[in-house]
Design a protein. Sequence first.
Length: 320
Amino acid sequence: MIIMRIKRITIYLLLIALFVCCVYFLWYRSTEAPIFSDNRQTITPSELIKNEEHSISDKLVPVDGTVGSGMDSNSLSKVIQKSVKDAKVISINGEVNMGVTSHHLPTASPLIGEFFRTLEENAGNRKVFVVLSPDHYEKCQGVISVTSRSYSTPFGELKNNTAISDALVRAGAVVDNTCFTDEHGITVLANYIKYLYPDAEIVPIVISMKANDQEEKFLVDFLNGYKDNIFILGSIDFNHYNSLAEANASDVKAAAVISSMESKNITREMVDSPGSMRVVMDVAKQWGRKPSILRKANSYEFVGLPENTTSYMNVIFIGK
């Protein structure tokens, strides 16, 4: 009789332990940051959005450009200025009207500075930057979303080119003026654009991981109509959260795909925004541009940690 009671008690305790483990697992999953986020904590919006109807024509508070950098305005400006000042100059034989660089700040600031220094030294349109970013937190209302908001940076306000933003919405993209508040895929590069090109404008576009071939083609066709009038900038980081060896192996595959311009072979393992990468490559094809990988790097080079790394590439697409 005693043995039976002990068995029952043991079973009850095991069931209770299993219940507690299930509750903890569900709680942990609900607080875990989305995959591919550089910052494992969701950033709290630092301002109130003045409209609730998401109208493209409403007057909106500019997005805070420091969001996602982990720095105040003064520190951010110093990091950006130093990364550009210290960057190696790379001369290109031909026009550069599209490219890809990182948004991992401050870690990858030397790489980002080198990318923008290269743009500064070479010919191409720098009046309007169309920035394609992942939807890191999958918060936007559409698979392809655009905002009419401008960006507040330490160097002044980077204006939104609302003519193109409006046209994209009329063509079928979703306007969402809230989800861009904490999207560092846009904010990080907005600061560099304003610093180096004070009169430039931005068209911020976020592409969801859920975007399909047809939706990506819609954006390719739209951007193709602005040839010679825009610079297309892919805000893309490469392999995430793996060891240095695993990241390097993935980067070899990614580099081969980019060099071959076979955009359909871009995968989620390779980049944090496959849709953005495919759109950049497909527009490059239509514009007759050829890829050039300027530099490959890994967070290990900057912080010395060989595990849980992020890898990066500076890529430009060259034409005559």
